[in-house]
Design a protein around this ligand. Structure first.
Ligand code: ZN
Length: 332
């Protein structure tokens, strides 16, 4: 087995780790590297959408490999000189952008392996977002070259949906959800199947783990050696027992690939329960509006503040446009 870290070493997220054996391989996540993007872009300043992956390649924000959607390659970019990888799937740990944010650029025949919850979140994200290429994970608008082919424009044809491989049982509702969307354009949906029915290059076992977003998975891949991949995991949330179970099952793995963001910090030991108690006290002591500001996809924190709002007879309002705020108004 050969493991290549194309991105994600010595940085938070941005993981693009390629695991290959006998000429077939999978990526462990294919996320956005926020540190690299932040050198050039912020807020509304982004790559030029009409140039597709041109800017991302030239600014070194995505690796120079031949794995990207053909319709995203402008005429002045030659990817044929880059190493061509035989990628069959991305094992997605969870739906945070630093783990999934560049999947939309990958060849459409590359399946996404993920929990049904992560798949539903990816679909909802795409429904609710504008048509930036980075957000086109669950489905995308194929592009067509304009003029001399350097500028690429979305076609008016139907959307193309990705293939999804669910790591646990899924319902017909999920299939319906990924196959339809509001508006006039239809989705030509990809196949949705269970992992036991997918012909992946390796035996893959998935484990639910504790993280701030719902649906987080860790994986163990069995090739000539067993490789354990954690994605992001925690021990202080509601699903800590699941993380512990994964740790136990990882003991036999010869290789461990783990996020190191906070492994060396000893000062972080507050549980979500402590956050709840401290914030509840602050809200109880306040007379007027309380504004809670936290990461937009920290669903556990959202639940924490909903519970606090209920306890205080306050009403929760959300601003989901750019960042999510839960603000609670005292009802007198
Ligand atoms: Zn995360």
């Amino acid at each position: 087995m050969k493991i290549t870290v194309y991105d994600g070493a010595a940085t938070i997220g941005g993981n693009k780790i390629y695991v290959e054996e006998n000429g077939r391989g999978v990526f462990l996540d294919f996320g956005m590297n926020f540190a690299k993007y932040g050198k050039y872009f912020q807020e509304f300043l982004t790559e030029r959408g009409g140039r597709s992956i041109h800017d991302l390649i030239h600014l070194n924000l995505i690796p120079k490999i031949d794995v990207y959607r053909k319709d995203l390659i402008p005429s002045d970019l030659d990817v044929s000189t880059y190493p061509k990888l035989n990628v069959e799937a991305v094992l997605l740990s969870h739906a945070h952008m630093d783990h999934c944010g560049n999947i939309g650029l990958l060849n459409e025949n590359i399946a996404i392996v993920a929990s049904p919850i992560s798949i539903a979140i990816l679909k909802a994200l795409r429904d609710a977002s504008q048509t930036k290429i980075g957000s086109e994970i669950a489905y995308f608008s194929p592009k067509a070259p304009q003029g001399d082919g350097r500028y690429l424009k979305s076609k008016s044809s139907n959307y193309v949906g990705r293939k999804f491989v669910c790591t646990s049982e899924f319902s017909g509702d999920l299939v319906d959800f990924v196959s339809s969307r509001p508006g006039t354009k239809r989705i030509e949906a990809g196949e949705v199947c269970h992992i036991s029915d997918a012909a992946l290059p390796f035996e893959v076992r998935s484990f639910e783990v504790d993280h701030s977003i719902y649906g987080a998975n860790a994986y163990i891949i069995y090739g000539d050696v067993a490789v354990s991949y954690t994605g992001d995991l925690r021990l202080h949330g509601k699903n800590a027992a699941k993380t512990k179970e994964f740790v136990k099952r990882s003991r036999d793995a010869r290789v461990l690939i783990i996020e190191g963001t906070r492994t060396s910090r000893e000062d972080v030991n507050e549980s979500e329960k402590t956050v709840f108690e401290n914030c509840l006290k602050a809200v109880e002591e306040s007379e007027r509006i309380v504004i809670a500001d936290f990461s937009p996809r920290n669903f556990e924190r959202l639940e924490t503040f909903l519970e606090i709002a209920k306890k205080n007879w306050k009403r929760a309002c959300y601003n989901a446009k750019r960042r999510l705020h839960a603000s609670c108004h005292r009802v007198r």
